[in-house]
Design a protein around this ligand. Sequence first.
Ligand code: NAP
Ligand code: GLV
Length: 315
Amino acid sequence: MSPQSATPNILISAAGEDADWKKAMVERLPDANVATTDDDYDPATIDHALFWKQPQGLIKTLPNLKAIFSLGAGVDHVVSSPSLPADIPVIRLEDAGMADQMVQYHLYAALHFMRDFDVYAAQQAKATWTQHDVARISKCRVGVMGLGALGAAVASALSNLGFAVSGWSRSMKAIDGITTYAGEDAFAEFLGQSDILICLLPRTPETEGLLNSAALSHLPKRAAIINAARGAMINEADLLRALDTGHLRGAFLDVAVTEPLPESHPFWDHPKIRITPHIAAATRIEEAVDQIAQNIHRMARGETPSGLVDRQSGY
Ligand code: NAP
Ligand code: GLV
């Protein structure tokens, strides 16, 4: 990358949290000019944008952008914008305090199924007092789709707890204690040994709708799904069918195709589905502004920023 001007001119659009981000960014980069979309700013001067679910059309008002930083791990809200020029670097957050939270979320959700809390919730609804054997944790096979900043942390934590963990990614990974698979050719085999399937993939054209009936049919009978990535990765009608036929025992979902999940959506009162409102892992502002500031400095020195999105693969 070629060196950039020393004083960054930053615009923030952070889905209602602009003031917090502006305050943190000003503290971290006191020499920068930092504005939110509520401020009086000259669009032509803006060279760095910090975006989370920015309004449609905002990108095309900024003719001199040199980089867009996502204020989350996902970049789908940026790379899906039709007005995004092909040559602007898009940079995602790497962990930024989210890995710990993802680990907590997935420990809870995996234990929900492994310790039959779904079965006991159904029993409670019928005032039924029936005890079931406790399975050995080492016999419970967890498959983690996506072994990036978040998936790798979740896979390792579940393995350390005693689950038999495997992981699937685009390129082959080596992680202590985890059986790894890579690429489309290994997908069915990976699914076939996932009693609990965890989805921590980015949303890209390749991952959208990936978990459809064909994929779900490869899961062992009575497998469970945990999705805290993006709703669009699961075909919701196919998921409902797999739950209703009894092929799947349950789903723990933090994300949905439409968010907020509409009041009339069948997920809300499905007995085999647990819903949380996209809270699995929130960006920690302090960690995030530090990463962003370091990347602004790297780019100013002509270096490649960490977390640079490959625009071809979309993450
Ligand atoms: P990341 O570091 O970019 O990792 C992505 C992983 O997915 C990598 O291992 C990558 O493989 C793999 N992958 C991508 N495309 C694939 C494909 N077509 N087939 C197989 N594997 C593929 O992402 P991250 O930081 O871990 O975050 C993952 C996602 O979590 C985010 O994109 C976001 O959507 C979601 N998220 C949700 C919340 C929430 O609160 N619910 C919070 C934060 C993030 P390679 O390693 O080979 O590249
Ligand atoms: C949250 O969903 C993120 O992508 O950080």
